[in-house]
Write a protein that binds this ligand. Structure first.
Ligand SMILES: Nc1ncnc2c1ncn2[C@@H]1O[C@H](COP(=O)(O)OP(=O)(O)OP(=O)(O)O)[C@@H](O)[C@H]1O
Ligand SMILES: [Mg+2]
Length: 259
């Protein structure tokens, strides 16, 4: 059974059809990539899955339950977490505190209480701290736990964001351009971390423009163009798909023209 099932999903913004009749499934345990040119609808698709936007029509099922129409926190509690295209770490807080914020949503006291710094019980706080330190360790930045998060290098900030998304113990992780703004070394590093997370049984849906990263780590790829799914296949097949090649060559020509 698929972990996530998207069925004839549509989302309009006024006259613009940002997502158009999109259907696909994500099997548990894999890394699936969503690729496509700027404006193809990738982030909109993530917003629909995470509940920050309602669909115009269509359904999204997670573990066989319809989640479209639920609030973001309800979807998060069911096991879907995300990172954002632009890094959103809280300034003035350490890496560890940023990860602990991600855990509030699951804690008894709740997310809003957490944001207002209402107390967990001491015991809860100690457990949360322990758990989050374990995540920083898994992402190989435990030594940076007490450093202010926004003062870290970009690649390290991405790792903090990944840890924060994992703090909710998701079954599905939505990653929106985790390599954006990273140099080639940091990109390879983030790719390795994503594979490491996946090897622990967490399913990943990945939006990414860096094709070498996508081809390196994903098991399946969906291609969007102008809101429509134009291909869904294994990485090697996608690389040889004439329609996909045409879209990406078109992109390169545009870039060449812009210099
Ligand atoms: N809240 C919104 N209101 C109006 N239009 C929007 C909104 N969000 C996205 N759009 C439009 O929907 C289309 C798809 O945008 P989206 O951000 O999903 O693309 P994307 O594939 O993530 O692009 P990129 O690769 O540049 O991140 C674009 O034309 C965008 O301008
Ligand atoms: Mg986007």
């Amino acid at each position: 059974m698929a972990l996530l099932e998207i069925n004839q999903l549509n989302r309009r913004f006024g006259g613009l059809q940002a997502i158009s009749e999109v259907s696909f499934a994500v099997e548990p345990g894999i890394i699936k990539a969503v690729i496509g040119p700027n404006g193809a609808g990738k982030t909109t698709l993530f917003n629909l899955i995470a509940g920050s936007l309602p669909p115009s029509s269509g359904t999204i099922r997670f573990r066989n339950e319809v989640i479209s129409g639920l609030q973001p926190f309800q979807i998060a509690r069911r096991g879907i977490s995300r990172t954002y295209q632009n890094i959103k770490l809280y300034p003035g807080m350490t890496a560890l505190e940023n990860v602990m914020i991600g855990r509030h949503i699951q804690s008894r006291t709740g997310f809003i209480a957490g944001m207002l710094h209402l107390p967990w019980t001491r015991r809860e706080e100690a457990q949360v701290r322990e758990h989050c330190l374990g995540l920083l360790e898994m992402l190989e930045i435990a030594d940076l736990a007490e450093v202010e998060a926004t003062s870290l290098a970009f690649g390290q900030q991405r790792a903090v964001e990944l840890a924060r998304a994992l703090a909710m113990e998701p079954q599905l992780l939505l990653l929106d351009e985790p390599a954006a703004g990273l140099n080639i070394y940091e990109t390879a590093e983030v790719g390795r971390l994503i594979s490491k997370i996946n090897s622990q049984g967490i399913t990943v849906l990945l939006v990414e423009h860096d094709m070498s990263l996508v081809m390196d780590i994903s098991h399946e790829i969906v291609v969007l163009s102008f809101g429509r799914k134009i291909a869904e296949d294994l990485p090697l097949q996608i690389q040889q798909n004439p329609e996909v090649i045409k879209i990406y060559l078109g992109e390169e020509e545009k870039e060449d023209a812009q210099g």
